[in-house]
Ligand binder design. Structure first.
Ligand SMILES: [Zn+2]
Length: 43
């Protein structure tokens, strides 16, 4: 799963040859970070 840097839409599959957001045409995409469960002490 990727996210478009520009329009923030989710892009499930990317063409490895021509990486581009299918929605806005932005060529900057980043991998969606896995949510990391951490215990944070708010003291
Ligand atoms: Zn986009």
């Amino acid at each position: 799963m990727y996210h478009c840097w520009k329009c923030r839409k989710e892009v499930k599959e990317l063409d490895p040859v021509f990486v581009r957001c299918p929605y806005c045409g932005c060529r900057v995409l980043f991998k969606q970070r896995q949510p990391i469960a951490r215990e944070v002490k708010a003291e």
